[in-house]
Design a protein around this ligand. Structure first.
Ligand SMILES: Nc1nc2c(c(=O)[nH]1)N[C@H]1C(S)=C(S)[C@@H](COP(=O)(O)O)O[C@H]1N2
Ligand SMILES: [Mo]
Length: 383
């Protein structure tokens, strides 16, 4: 990306912030108001840096600087394991193959001229982590077609077990000493694939899906970790076996100790729905008033509460942003009245309507991989 574009965009954003912010100096409107400043966290090392946006590279947000409820296409994080393939929209086709009554083929205009659906969906990479202050994250408005519609038109046959989604990005992998060409792909069981919410998106925030985000079409599985959202989608294949490719069977596989029917075992699970998680991402101050702000991501189960604990104080209920929807990220804030000068710790926890509470680090199962970093995250700050 051209660095001049960035500065121009930030300036424009800044202009808009000042206009609307006076009414609501909290995460109700996440933009900083005029005169509002970020209070620096003391847990962010000086060496912490946001990587430049470069072709084929991972990019994450500085979560202290989240300034809009809907993430700009340019700010939305980027992860791709085989680089970003060039796809020609005119030559591109989506094929639906395998155990279906009718194999189908669509051009982009076939899809755009049919029934469309729109939805706001936020997600994070399954490898998002406290080390990155959870920057592998974004929240966008997606427009496209219903996956279930397409699968119903194809007609899934009896005995089918899995729907596999292939991207146009292919790499040579060495597997047990042999070089094989593999496309990025993920599988969903038939019930998971047939969820009403799933969509094939060709638009992101009102713009054609950007190249980096999977042009011209990507899968969006609301409530799941980002890895499910296959970019540069070219083929949907229905089969009667489990798909065991790298990103189902080897990578994005969490290994943790669990009680399995009374026996303690090390268990592998493929990363699927997002775990219940909240994190404080910034503290602002304006005219001596402090506000603690953060986000929640989960599988879409409605929330009961988000609470914040300051030092050894009681859990206090945070205020939820009215823009939150079932599958968006959910922003929250708490007014911090009269903080005493000095060092403080801040931690948040979210509870869903089923009574599931975000785990403390000590409550998390023993885990050998960095996937699914969802424990309570204690931040430190000096007033
Ligand atoms: N074709 C393809 N789709 C992909 C990937 C990929 O490497 N290739 N990476 C996945 C992972 S791991 C994540 S976290 C999300 C990131 O989507 P974004 O770059 O649009 O944020 O895309 C997913 N879809
Ligand atoms: Mo990811």
């Amino acid at each position: 990306m051209n660095p001049e574009d960035t500065s121009r965009r930030k300036v424009l954003k800044g202009g808009m912030m000042a206009a609307g912010a006076a009414a609501a100096p909290s995460f109700i409107l996440p933009a900083l108001a005029q005169g509002e400043r970020l209070v620096p966290f003391t847990d962010v090392p000086e060496s912490f840096q946001i990587p430049p946006q470069q072709p084929n590279s991972t990019y994450w947000q500085d979560t202290r600087e989240i300034s809009e409820f809907v993430t700009d296409n340019e700010d939305f994080y980027l992860v791709q394991h085989y680089g970003q393939p060039e796809v020609d929209n005119d030559a591109w086709r989506l094929r639906v193959t395998g155990m279906v009554d009718n194999e189908l083929e669509f051009s982009l205009s076939d899809l755009m001229n049919g029934n469309t659906v729109e939805q706001q969906v936020g997600f994070e990479c399954g490898g998002n982590s406290q080390r990155l202050f959870h920057g592998l994250i974004g929240n966008a408005n997606w427009r496209g077609v219903s996956l279930r519609d397409i699968l119903q038109r194809a007609g899934i046959q009896d005995g089918a077990k899995e729907v596999v989604f292939f991207g146009a990005d292919v790499a040579t992998e060495e597997i047990r000493g042999r070089e094989v060409d593999k496309a990025f792909a993920r599988g969903l069981s038939i019930p998971d694939a047939m969820r009403e919410e799933n969509m094939l998106a060709f638009e992101m925030n009102g713009e054609p899906l950007p190249h980096y985000h999977g042009k011209p079409l990507r899968l969006i599985v609301p409530g799941w970790y980002g890895v499910a959202n296959v970019k540069w989608l070219t083929q949907i294949h229905v089969q009667n076996t489990r798909y065991m490719g790298r990103f189902m069977g080897r990578d994005y596989v969490t290994l943790k100790k669990e009680n399995v029917g009374g026996v303690e075992r090390w268990v592998e699970n493929s990363v699927t729905t997002m775990n219940l998680k909240s994190s404080i991402v910034r503290v602002t101050e304006m005219g001596g008033r402090y506000s603690i702000q953060g986000f929640v991501l989960n599988d879409g189960t409605p929330l009961r509460s988000v609470e914040i604990k300051i030092d050894d104080g009681p859990w206090q209920s945070a205020e939820m942003n009215p823009n939150n929807t079932q599958y968006s990220w959910k922003l929250f804030s708490l007014n911090w009245t009269n903080p005493t000068p000095g060092d403080h710790t801040l931690v948040s926890r979210v509870t869903d309507i089923n009574g599931n509470v975000q785990a403390t680090p000590a409550e998390l199962p023993e885990k050998v991989s960095y996937w699914e970093d969802f424990g309570q995250f204690t931040r430190t700050i000096t007033i």
